[in-house]
Structures are given as C-alpha cells and as structure tokens.
Design a protein around this ligand. Structure first.
Ligand code: SF4
Length: 357
C-alpha cells in the first residue's frame, strides 16, 4: 500500500481523488469507485501498487496496436478495479473486483522489467483494467523500463483528468484508446461515465505528446452500431486527430451484464470500415473476427503491407524506415533496430523475439 498521487484533503476527514473525472470524495476507511484507491487515516493510498492481478505475454496486435513494432511480444499486466462501469466489460472478473478479491502476485517495477526481458518482450502493456487508476505504479515501472530499453504502452479508456494525464503520459510510448461510442447517452447508460473527457484525452495525446496512438471502437449490436453514429465518430477522428490514426472496429461478444445481445456480425464491422475509408481515414481495421480487413494496406498503391491471421503475421512488407515499396510513408514505429538488441543497464544486450509466420 503506497500513498497515492493526485489527491487532497477536504472536510470531515475525507479526501478528494482528482485522478479521473469521477472526482471521488472518499470518507475514512472507504474506497473510490475504482476500488483500489482508499482513504486510510485521512490519506489516499493506492492498493494496486506492486500487486498485478493479471500478467501475461501477448502479441502486440492483441492490444490492438497494428503500427507499433508489428509481430512483437508485449509483457501485459493489469490490477483489480476500474473507473468505468461498462456493462459489456470482458475482464469483469478483475475490473469489478476489489484488490483483496483477486489472486495477485508481488512484482516490483524492477521485477516487471526483468520478467519482460526474460520473456523476450521489447515492450510492456498496462492493460486488462484501466491502468491510469494505478498510475503511480505505471510511472515507476515505465521509468525503469526506459532505463533498460523497454517501450511502454497504455491500453486505456481515456477517462483521466488533465494533471494525471501529463504526469503519466510523459513516460509512455504508445497507447490504444477505447472510444466506446459517440453518444453521451451510451457513455452515461452503458459505461456510467461521460464521452467528453475521453475526447479531451485523444486531443491531448495528439496535440501535446509524441505518444503513438490508435483508437478502438467495440461495436455492440443495437447500442452503438448505427451508421450515422459511425460517420459522426469517424468525422470527429478526422477533424481532431487526423486521417493517419489507425481506427479498429472490433466485435463484441455477450459478457458481464450484456448477455442478452448477440455477437457483432462481421458485416457490421465491414460496414463501419467502409464508412471510415470513404470518409477519408487511411488505416481502418476490423478485429475479433477473421477478415482481410485486419491487414495493413498501403493507402496509395493498395498493396498488402502486413498480412494478418487474427493476431499472427503472415507477410510483412514495410521497410525499417516505415515505407511501402511505392515510397509512401506509413505512420507508426517499424524500425526494429530501436528495440532489437536494446542495451540494458548492466551493459548486456537484450534480444527480444519478433514472431512472424
Ligand atoms: S481514480 Fe478511482 S478514486 Fe480516483 S476519482 Fe477515479 S474512480 Fe474515484
């Protein structure tokens, strides 16, 4: 248990956590909405520090990130708790649990980095639940990761206030941000949050950081799959963060409190992708289904640059300086020399694995 950042004392022994837009006012002995930030004796403490509840090696495509060292492994971790209340959460066993209700492991920031190196992962992902709610741990891990040549990734719902945003993201190399819908009605009723702070986070990422980021929209039949809403979302992305930000339309499966809605038909994802490409986005993917629309295509000559089979790579045709053979620059990070044979602090050289079929 560590004293948290981003809080202040208020009246009657309460503390105000201003990490995220919930701005919880927390009484003595109580926790905030996310369960893992608690008022202990008039101080806010973070219960998730050093105690991940899920740890796994994933392909980077699973985050999903399709333009960040494709084909590499990423050491992924999450804790208990979450600051959103999504009815469709696919990790609800940890995100809706308190820290003493999950089986956790003890991992210091040094341990996390050493594990990533041992498992030949060039990057770390803070993922599975919302990582900003354990931002203190994220920052300490990310600082150590950069010292030993590892990259850092946030897989996030984007629900974070300004001060914490800048404190966390100055240590982050890439992010995938969930844009769960494009209506306040959906955010309010289905996630128990609001849309505007998520849009603010996306604009801050674009305007104020060098973080590489991609956007994911999980499409849920009848709730956020209206073609008009897709068009609005896409046009916001085009206007505010540009045509080169990859957008992933991914399939929902029934889970948690939304078990009465069927899986997203692949045709819905393809419909959304067609709209996004017609409107002018350059890199649009579908996910959680088998489809050629998970490939990366050159926006100029239409060649297949990265052919994917679910999360595996079958063909890879991007040069190390990020170009198609026609000369078109593909945005993202493709120079594997930046990660392969990265030096670690004791002078050894770290050779992470890249898995291409
Ligand atoms: S991070 Fe947790 S405790 Fe802090 S404001 Fe958000 S939900 Fe509340």
């Amino acid at each position: 248990m560590r004293e948290a950042l981003w809080w202040k004392r208020i009246e009657n022994g309460k503390v105000h956590c201003y990490l995220c837009p919930r701005d919880c006012k927390i009484g003595e002995g109580q926790a905030g909405f996310c369960f893992i930030r608690k008022n202990e004796g008039g101080k806010l403490v973070t219960l998730g520090y050093g105690r991940p509840a899920a740890v796994q090696v994933d392909p980077v495509e699973k985050k999903p990130l399709n333009h960040f060292y494709p084909g590499t492994r990423i050491f992924s971790m999450g804790t208990a708790g979450c600051n959103m209340g999504c009815f469709f959460c696919q990790n609800w066993d940890i995100s809706k649990a308190k820290s003493d209700q999950v089986r956790s492991v003890d991992l210091t920031p040094d341990d996390v980095c050493q594990n990533a190196i041992d498992y030949e992962c060039p990057s770390l992902a803070f993922t599975y639940n919302e990582p900003s709610i354990w931002g203190e741990y994220v920052i300490d891990i990310a600082k150590r990761a950069h010292e030993v040549g590892l990259k850092t990734v946030m897989v996030t719902n984007g629900y974070i206030n300004e001060e914490a945003f800048y404190d966390v993201y100055k240590h982050i190399d890439a992010a995938n941000v969930d844009l769960k819908a494009f209506t306040e009605n959906f955010y309010g009723k289905i996630t128990l949050t609001h849309l505007k702070p998520v849009l603010d986070t996306l604009e801050r990422l674009k305007r104020d950081t060098n973080v590489w980021f991609e956007i994911t929209n999980l499409m849920i039949p009848t709730l956020n799959d209206d073609p008009g809403e897709v068009k609005q979302l896409v046009n916001w992305v085009l206007d505010r963060v540009g045509d080169s930000v990859p957008l992933h339309f991914t399939a929902f499966h029934p889970d948690f409190k939304l078990r009465n809605i069927h899986n997203t038909p692949p045709e819905t994802l393809e419909m959304a992708r067609d709209i996004a490409l017609e409107e002018g986005l350059k890199f649009v993917y579908v996910g959680n289904v088998f489809s050629d629309s998970g490939n990366t295509y050159c926006p100029s000559c239409k060649r297949v640059l990265v052919e994917r089979n679910w999360h595996q790579i079958r063909k890879y045709k991007i040069s190390s300086d990020g170009k198609c053979t026609c000369g078109t620059q593909i945005p993202g990070h493709f120079n594997y020399r930046e990660i392969v044979a990265a030096p670690v602090s004791d002078g050894h050289v770290f050779h992470p694995k890249v898995y291409w079929n």
